[in-house]
Structures are given as structure tokens and as C-alpha cells.
Design a binder for this molecule. Sequence first.
Ligand code: FAD
Length: 401
Amino acid sequence: MAVNVNDTCYMWSADSEIADKGEYGGAVTTILKYILEKGIVDAVLAVEKGADLYDAVPKLITKPEEVIESAGSLHCGTLNLAKVVEKYLNGLKDIKVAVTCKPCDAMTLTELIKKGRVVEDNLLMVGVNCGGTMAPNKTRIMIDEIFEMDPDEVVKEEIAKGKLIIETTVEEKEIKIDDLEEDGWGRRTNCQRCEINIPSMADMALGNWGVIGPHAGKATFVEVFSQKGADILDEVISSGVVEIEPANPKGIEIRAKIDQSMFKLATKSKDKAFENLQGDLLAIFDQYKDEFARCMKCFGCREACPICYCADCILESGPEWITKGLIPAAPLFHLGRAVHMADSCTNCGQCEEVCPSEIPVAEFWDAVRQKIHEIYGYKAGIRSNEILSPLSNYQDLGLRD
Ligand SMILES: Cc1cc2nc3c(=O)[nH]c(=O)nc-3n(C[C@H](O)[C@H](O)[C@H](O)COP(=O)(O)OP(=O)(O)OC[C@H]3O[C@@H](n4cnc5c(N)ncnc54)[C@H](O)[C@@H]3O)c2cc1C
């Protein structure tokens, strides 16, 4: 029976080695391996464990037998793969790649596609649901100080049923995520504000929510979002490399309920973060000016941003708009970025992560994003032909080479 857009199912790998190594049955790994083997893509861009469990490294894989090394979910993997796709894979101008995408990866890739910076036909977005990621160093400190466990002894970390569970080979401890976040630990603050946990802009999304009964913990819930995703899954399923079963209707209901409650939680975090923010975009900027006063103009936020687009950044190499050597940077530095980026920020948090002055850059951008949504009804990262960004497509405007 053919797979169609909006179809759902439970899926797991027919290969027991992949099923064991995979986070929830290894469906993602099996799909990636199959499409690489069959030449449907030239490479797979996935995320692998680096030095330790807190270190997530992007990996371009071209040999099918190596895909298994990327199995498993890294919750401290805060990276945005869209940056890798555009900057290091030349926007997929001459290579077909399947990318494992959290919602922020998928949203950013969607923005880059709209702007002509990533070739959509050469991209397959294999989405993974995401309830949020945790900053690596802070997580190590939290495990040491709050969980009173040795971060180097941890073999697994998992968020389940509202709790963060930390496991070593000898013990397992859990703390409610709400309590941790109340005290400034837990997920990154941009993730706490994120309303999109199921990447519906990807070609398909896989996650553990909604898998109940005998398959719980051993299979993943798959939802199909595009015809490309449907065609590929059709082939993968027909080949027999994965096993499937219809999703339990109760499980479908539970998944929708969890998604809804995560959405409400994000709204609550947003309301809390922005309760004192009023006025237009300039007024919002004004309210962050004390934070920006700590800016030492290291350009880290610009470097880390997967959307920032000028080949030659006028703020660095152009006329002395921003006086060289002057610290803090003139407000124009952030205002300049704001003008370029107002419609495109996907709240991925890369900017805030690298800021040495601990300026809540992502929070500022999220506030800008919220305002744009209020004014234009446009939300960055959403795949839609109906709601086009009023500022979209820089390529047509000649702002990019
Ligand atoms: C950070 C994170 C949070 C998640 N939170 C939820 C959740 O709240 N609810 C839910 O239903 N599902 C969530 N998932 C999805 C879930 O953990 C499984 O990835 C999914 O069920 C697929 O299982 P699998 O066995 O088929 O995956 P596997 O076969 O193990 O493959 C997992 C794939 O995820 C990729 N990956 C690992 N870490 C990252 C990362 N940080 N960024 C991008 N890609 C990565 C790997 O490269 C691999 O290709 C989350 C996944 C991640 C990465």
C-alpha cells in the first residue's frame, strides 16, 4: 500500500544491531543507511558523539556501513546543521544530502531554501521531534552539583514524562524538568520558548511521543509531511529494511496532547520572558540596550548565525559605521543585524550560545520574531506558500552574490 502525506505509523529497524544502537528502534538510522546504499542521496549529514556524551559533532557520511555510528539522540547537541549545509556543503548545489533535523534545523533550512541559498531538490529533511536541548558545559555542572553524579560516568541522559533522567552504570537519578528550569538549569532558554516540537516543515518526523504498548521504547512514531518523504518511505518500507505497524489510535491522541502541552509550556515561557516588552521594534531594541552595552564586538553571534547572509559584512569591513576598536559596539551593530534578519530568525539559539558577554541575544531575536508575527502574520521557518515573508528572498533583491 502506497505511503501518503500525513500517514503515520510505528517503525523500527529490521536489523537488530541498528535497532539496539538506535534511540527508539533505529528507524532513522535505517532510512538513512538505505537511501545512501541505493544512491538516492550522495551523503548523509548526521550528528555523532564526539569527545563525550555532551559533545555533538556534525558528520557527513558517504559510506552506508558508517551510518550506524550516528545512531542515538544527543540532547546536548545544540548545533544547527543548516549552517553546515549552506557554508560547508555549498547549499547543496552539487550534492544530494539527507539531513537529520531537529525542528530548528528544519526551520532554518526552510528559511535558506526560501532565500535560494539551499537547493531544495537536493535535500531530504529527516526530522526528529525535539523537546529541547541542553547546553553541554552547563549540563556537566548541573549533573555534578544538582544530581551529585560524575558527569564523566554518565551513560545516558533522557527527558521523559517531564523529568530529566541521568543514568550511570550503577545508578539512575531523576529530577522534574520544571524544578530544574525554575532554578536556571535544564533546557536552553530558547528551547524553553520553542513552540515547535514536531518538525512539520521536514519531509518526515520521527519521535518517541505516542509510542505505547509493547513497542514503547523500541519503536519510533513516524509522520509523513511531503510527497518526497512519502515516496522515500514507500521504497524503504517495501524493501523490508524496516518493520512497521499502524500507530495505536490512543498513541496518536497522546502524542497530540503532549505536543499541545509543550506548546502551552513554551507560550508560558515566552509570556514570562516578554511580559515587560512593549511597543514597536525600536522600542523592543531600546529595552535590550543595557544588555547590548556589554557587547565587545567579537562578531561571534554573526559568525554562529546560520541565517546571516552578507558575503562582506559592512559592519566589519565597510566604512566606519561601527568604529573599530570601540567597545561596547555602537547600537548600530545589533540594529544592522536586526534589519537584515527580522523575518528569518528561527530561535535556534546559536548566537546566545557563543556570546562571551552572556547577552540574551536569542531572547532579543525571539522578541523581534514575535513582533514580526504580530504585524505580518509571518513566522520564520514555516514552510508555506501562502504566507510569504514581506522581506523574503534576498537573492531577488540583489543583496547576495
Ligand atoms: C535533541 C533531541 C531531542 C528529542 N526530543 C524528543 C521529544 O521530546 N519527543 C519525541 O517524540 N522525540 C524526541 N526526539 C527524537 C527521538 O529521540 C529519536 O531521535 C526518534 O524517536 C528516532 O528514533 P530512532 O531510534 O529512529 O533514531 P536513531 O536511529 O537513533 O537516529 C537518531 C538520529 O538523530 C540524529 N541526532 C542525534 N542527536 C541530534 C541532534 N542533537 N541534532 C540533530 N540530530 C541529532 C542522529 O544523527 C541520528 O541520525 C529527540 C531527538 C533529539 C536529537
